[in-house]
Design a protein around this ligand. Structure first.
Ligand code: BES
Ligand code: MN
Ligand code: ZN
Length: 485
């Protein structure tokens, strides 16, 4: 499937058989004007009498073999409404075979240059498919011509939308890859290609990680025949050398649970256990493509949690990069071990303005919030509010969950400074976050997003058609754009 969007100066539709107009919520045709004959308008008005006006998009087949598509919009539409409308329009296109559509830009009701931009952005995001491993390729192709110069997005906005799309698709591609293809060695290699986009990429391999003392991270990967890595992606868009914004991601390429083995039903999804890292990579790619005027760094820990004669055992004690010791009571609580070292490293090396980490960390967050909200845990109210507001705006929502020192007793260990699971049970997502918080050593504003319920969608959502969602790229882009640029 290919989808091409062209902008054209001419205003008369004559290329395609499908002409698209924007109308008001009552579907009044008084503005569709010169592209239709009065006979055609009369015909449509007649059909409208019996049409379901609760629908947002109506298609009329004309006797001339032409389709007229009317899309209704309200003046008070939020940005997400406009994007969802574009996604809905993709649903109409997707029913057909090869086809071409002429959108009459003059007919846009909401006279903001971003209306069409967001409409097409929603359409694009929804159109993503991952079919790399299907031997029968779909060869349908769709062309959308945006006619006229009125109400079209500026060049600058077109670049912004494209950057977010590419960042989101990059994240979705990574998450969609199976574990046998995207193991840590391959993942590190792919991330090194981001240099082409202008990112500075540094790869710390297992030898370096051991030397640095990142034993919590290395321990998780020690049962794998693949290496373990920490990869940093730096973007320097602010020449004033301001403190960077830091994004840290969990990159467990496959999570068998280790010796605390997962049952088959819970293991089969665990190729997406690297989604946090994919979001960080997609976000950084987006910032580089649109040349954001900020400094930012992405840090991802890449490992594979396997079973072997050399794998970690329940009861093992490791010394983390922070110096704190951890008793590993459950090898399936591995994400927090990877993040622990990545977080301390990020804080120490970059002294960032804030750290936001993303991870498919706990099944418990799915019990709490399902697939509507990511769990947000933070030591900072201002950062929390900024992330919450950004989430509402782009409809990648977060809901704040508690941290409290009273939870600490649940992860204190008899034999080490802490243990990696809460043996009493309860509040599984909070105790995981409380664990992570111990690896912020210098009070850096920090937020943890548990995206276990958000990274992958079985049935599809407003702006994705099922599979990897790329959740978090748009959220964090909005956070940056709105508050830090
Ligand atoms: N990767 C899982 C969490 C997960 C579960 C992500 C379902 C996506 C969907 C994580 O590593 C894990 O296994 N967590 C355990 C923690 C427990 C052992 C304390 C869990 O949630 O059961
Ligand atoms: Mn696990
Ligand atoms: Zn995991």
């Amino acid at each position: 499937m290919s989808l091409k969007i062209n902008y054209s100066k001419k205003t008369e539709a004559n290329v395609s058989k499908n002409i698209v107009f924007f109308v008001d919520e009552k579907f009044s045709t008084n503005r569709v004007g010169k592209n239709l004959s009065s006979k055609e308008i009369y015909f449509i008005n007649d059909l409208l009498k019996s049409a379901d006006l609760k629908k947002k998009i109506l298609t009329f087949g004309m006797s001339s073999n032409k389709n007229i598509i009317l899309i209704s919009s309200k003046k008070d539409y939020k940005i997400s409404d406009i994007e969802n409308l574009g996604a809905e329009f993709y649903g109409i296109i997707n029913h057909g075979k090869n086809s071409e559509y002429d959108i009459i830009s003059e007919s846009v009701l909401i006279k903001k240059e971003t209306f069409l931009g967001h409409f097409l952005h929603g359409l694009k995001l929804k159109s993503y498919q991952f079919n790399k491993y299907k031997s029968k390729k779909e060869n349908r192709s769709f062309i959308i011509n945006v006619l006229g110069t009125k109400n079209i997005p500026s060049k600058q906005n077109q670049i912004k939308f494209k950057a977010i799309e590419e960042g989101t698709f990059y994240a979705r591609d990574l998450v969609s890859e199976p574990g046998n293809v995207l193991h840590p060695d391959e993942y590190a290699k792919r991330l090194s290609l981001l240099r082409k986009d202008g990112l500075k990429v540094n790869i710390y391999d297992e030898k370096k990680l051991k030397k640095l003392g990142m034993n919590a991270l290395v321990g998780v990967g020690q049962g794998s025949v693949r290496g373990s890595y920490l990869v940093t992606l730096e973007w320097n868009g602010d020449k004033k050398k301001s403190k960077p914004l830091a994004f840290v991601g969990k990159g467990v390429c496959f999570d068998t649970g280790g010796y605390s083995l997962k049952p088959a039903k819970f293991m089969e999804d665990m190729t997406y256990d690297m989604a946090g890292s994919a979001t960080v990579a997609g976000l950084m790619k987006n910032l580089a493509i649109r040349k954001a005027k900020i400094n930012a760094v992405g840090v991802v820990g890449l490992v594979e949690n396997m079973v072997s004669g050399n794998a970690q055992r329940p009861g093992d004690i490791v010394k983390s990069y922070s110096g704190k010791t951890i008793e590993i009571l459950n090898t399936d609580a591995e994400g927090r071990l990877v993040l622990a070292d990545a977080i301390t490293f990020t804080e120490k090396k970059y002294k960032p303005k804030f750290i936001v980490d993303l991870a498919t960390l706990t099944g418990a967050i799915i019990v709490c919030l399902g697939s509507e909200y990511a769990g947000l845990f933070s030591n900072n109210d201002k950062l929390s509010k900024e992330i919450f507001d950004a989430g509402e705006k782009v409809e990648e929502k977060v809901w704040r969950m508690p941290l409290h020192k009273n939870y600490d007793k649940l992860i204190n260990s008899k034999n080490a400074d802490m243990q990696n699971i809460n043996y009493v049970g309860g509040a599984g997502s909070t105790t995981a976050a409380q664990f992570l918080q111990r690896f912020i050593l210098n009070k850096t504003p920090w937020a943890h997003l548990d995206i276990a319920g958000m990274a992958f969608s079985k049935y599809g959502g407003a702006l994705n058609s099922g599979g990897a969602t790329g959740y978090g790229v748009r959220l964090l882009n909005q956070l940056v754009e709105e508050n830090y640029e």
